[in-house]
Design a protein around this ligand. Sequence first.
Ligand code: MLY
Length: 236
Amino acid sequence: SYVKSSHDSYLGKAVNPNHCTRDMFIQDPTKLSIPTDRGQGFAVGMKLEAIDPLNLSTICIATVMKVLKDNYLMIGIDGAVDSKDGSDWFCYHATSASILPIGYCDTHDIPLTPPKGHVGKFVWQQYLKDTKSRAAPVACFTTRPPNHMFKVGMKLEAVDLIDPRLICVATVAQCVGRLLKIHFDGWESSFDQWVDCESPDIYPVGWCEMVSYNLEGPKANSNTGASTEAKRIKMN
Ligand code: MLY
């Protein structure tokens, strides 16, 4: 059965020549092509800025809740309802581009979402004092971009990471360090997603056609009669 044969592949037996075997995946992070001096030094309680994995357009105030083996971090968003019991922590590798040093958003003039319930202007130094905590050192982070050639306004095809079977027509809306803000054409900016410039989930124009996968076109403007008609036809 499907389950049995994929398990065999996991154990390294090539039961089906079309299956990936375990040795094809880099499970030892020291073998990744990231500088080995990166990702060290995180400790429980340290504060940082992190992309919310369930709301990829927002960057939030976050805390290292746990340090796992091989520099994997459990991160909690400050002020989230379940941030105490761990049920809404998420795992980012210490070298992930989705975690940023404090002040990063401010420096790059991008919005930072304060913790739920925070009143007044969010000021990091004050917040560190109030929460008696320290910031994760800047040297821990992998924010240096490789020499990528993405520019604002360029079109591409991008996975909607919240509904990943969809690959959509998209535009580079912003480039900040390693991060690209991907805008899905026709959708409100609240659907935008920050992704690493080396993300395997972004593709050049024409990729879907090349691999014969459906490309989601731009969302039609629902105010026009034509697209309402198109929607009605689709629903029937
Ligand atoms: N199913 C939801 C959201 C779709 C999101 C699409 N991507 C490309 C942003 C809706 O139809 O509203």
